[in-house]
Design a protein around this ligand. Structure first.
Ligand SMILES: Cc1ncc(COP(=O)(O)O)c(C=O)c1O
Length: 374
C-alpha cells in the first residue's frame, strides 16, 4: 500500500477547537440559555480581562478590527481635513478605517528587516494637517514604538496602534496596543486570539477615549434612546465574548508555541541562502501571527509548495499605494520601494500553535528541494 504524502495546511483551527470544545461550547450555550446576546456580562468580563492582559485601564469591545481602528480614530478627533500616517504594506482595513473618518491616508515606507514603519521617514511626511500615526505591528512583530511616541509628542499627534495581528506581542516588555493613545485588535477567526466569527477591541489608558467609543459603538447612546451623537452599530456580541474569554486564558501558551515553531523554522532554514527568515527586533517579543520569508523565487516556490500539498500565503501581494482603491492618492511604482520589494518577495509559510516539528521539517525539506532543483 502506498502511503499518502503528508500535507501541511496553511493554518488549521480544527485542532484548537477540539482542545477547548467543552469549555467554549459551555460558554456559548450559557449565553443562549440566558438569551442575553448583546453587550452583557460576558462582554463586560472579557473587556476587563483583556484590559488586564494588555496592561491598560480600559477595553471596549466592538464588532471587528476595522471598526476598532475607525472608532478609535474618531474618538481621538480625527476627521475631514486631517492627514494620518501609516504604511502601504498592511491589510486594507488599516487605511479604510482612516479614510472612513474623512481623513487622508499618507504612506510612509517600511523597514526591510522588521517590515514595519521606517521610523526615520516619519518626520518627512508630517505637515500642518497631520493629526495621527497608525503604526501596524505586522505579522506579530511590534513596530519601534519609542521613537514613534517621541515624534508624536513633538508634533502633538495621536498614535493609534494597529495590533490586529499582534495579540500578546511585547515592545520592551509592554504589550502592544498599550503604548499609544489607543490600541486596536481584531478577533477574526484566524488571528492569534480569534473568535468564532467577527469581533474587535480598543484598549486605552484614557477614560475619555474609552467613553467616546462606548457611545459610538452603540448608536451614540449614553442610555437607551438618549443619543448624544450619531453613532454606529458596532457591538461585540455575547457569544463571541464568551468564547474569547476561554481562549484568552490560553493565548500566552499558544503564542509560546508559535514562537517555538518560528525558532524551528529559523534553525532548519539557516543554511538556505535563497530565503531570508524573519528577524525579531531586539526590542520585540514577536508572536508570529504569520511566519514570513522573503525570496526572489517567491511565485515559483509557492506553486511548488502547493503541488506538494503545503499551504502558503501572500501578505500582501499588492501594496496599498498601488491598489486601484487608492488611485486617488496619485502614487506610482517606485514611491515606496521597500514595501514594493516585500510585496514581490514575501511568502507566509504554515504557522499555527499546533503545527508539529515533523510538519515544519516537511515544509523546509520541500523548500530545500525546490532551491536545489531550480
Ligand atoms: C493589520 C490589520 N488591520 C486591521 C484588520 C481588520 O480586522 P477585521 O478583519 O476584524 O475587521 C486586520 C485583519 O483582518 C489586519 O490584519
Amino acid at each position: 500500500m502506498r502511503m499518502k504524502a503528508m500535507e501541511v495546511p496553511f493554518f488549521d483551527l480544527t485542532q484548537q477547537y477540539r482542545l477547548i470544545r467543552d469549555e467554549v461550547n459551555a460558554g456559548a450555550l450559557q449565553v443562549m440559555e440566558d438569551c442575553r446576546f448583546v453587550l452583557g456580562e460576558d462582554v463586560n468580563s472579557f473587556e476587563r480581562e483583556f484590559a488586564s492582559f494588555c496592561g491598560t485601564e480600559y477595553a471596549v469591545g466592538v464588532a471587528n478590527g476595522t471598526d476598532a481602528l475607525r472608532l478609535a480614530l474618531l474618538s481621538c478627533g480625527i476627521g475631514r481635513g486631517n492627514e494620518v500616517i501609516t504604511v502601504p504594506n498592511t491589510f486594507i482595513a488599516t487605511t479604510e478605517a482612516i479614510s472612513q473618518t474623512g481623513a487622508k491616508v499618507v504612506f510612509v515606507d517600511v523597514n526591510l528587516s522588521t517590515y514595519n514603519i521606517e521610523v526615520s521617514r516619519i518626520e518627512g511626511a508630517i505637515n500642518e494637517r497631520t493629526r495621527a500615526i497608525v503604526p501596524v505591528h505586522l505579522f506579530g512583530q511590534p513596530a519601534d514604538m519609542d521613537p514613534i511616541m517621541e515624534i508624536a509628542r513633538k508634533y502633538n499627534l495621536e498614535v493609534v496602534e494597529d495590533a490586529c495581528q499582534a495579540h500578546g506581542a511585547e515592545y520592551k516588555g509592554k504589550k502592544v496596543g498599550s503604548i499609544g493613545d489607543a490600541g486596536c485588535f481584531s478577533f477574526y477567526p484566524s488571528k492569534n486570539l480569534g473568535a468564532f466569527g467577527d469581533g474587535g477591541m480598543v484598549i486605552t489608558h484614557g477614560n475619555k477615549i474609552a467613553a467616546k467609543i462606548e457611545i459610538l459603538r452603540d448608536h451614540g447612546q449614553l442610555r437607551k434612546y438618549q443619543h448624544m451623537v450619531e453613532g454606529y452599530n458596532s457591538r461585540l456580541d455575547e457569544i463571541q465574548a464568551a468564547i474569547l474569554r476561554v481562549k484568552l486564558r490560553r493565548l500566552d501558551g499558544w503564542n509560546k508555541l508559535r514562537r517555538k515553531n518560528a525558532s524551528i523554522y529559523n534553525e532548519f532554514l539557516e543554511d538556505v541562502d535563497e530565503a531570508v527568515t524573519p528577524s525579531e527586533a531586539e526590542y520585540a517579543k514577536h508572536v508570529y501571527h504569520l511566519y514570513v520569508i522573503r525570496t526572489r523565487r517567491r511565485d515559483e516556490l509557492q506553486e511548488w509548495l502547493k503541488s506538494k500539498g503545503i499551504g502558503a500565503g501572500l501578505h500582501y501581494p499588492i501594496p496599498l499605494h498601488l491598489q486601484k482603491a487608492y488611485e486617488n492618492l496619485g502614487h506610482k511604482e517606485g514611491d515606496f520601494p521597500v514595501a514594493e520589494e516585500c510585496a514581490k518577495q514575501i511568502l507566509s509559510l504554515p504557522m499555527f500553535p499546533e503545527l508539529t516539528r515533523e510538519e515544519i521539517e516537511k515544509v523546509v525539506s520541500e523548500i530545500k528541494t525546490f532551491f536545489a532543483r531550480h
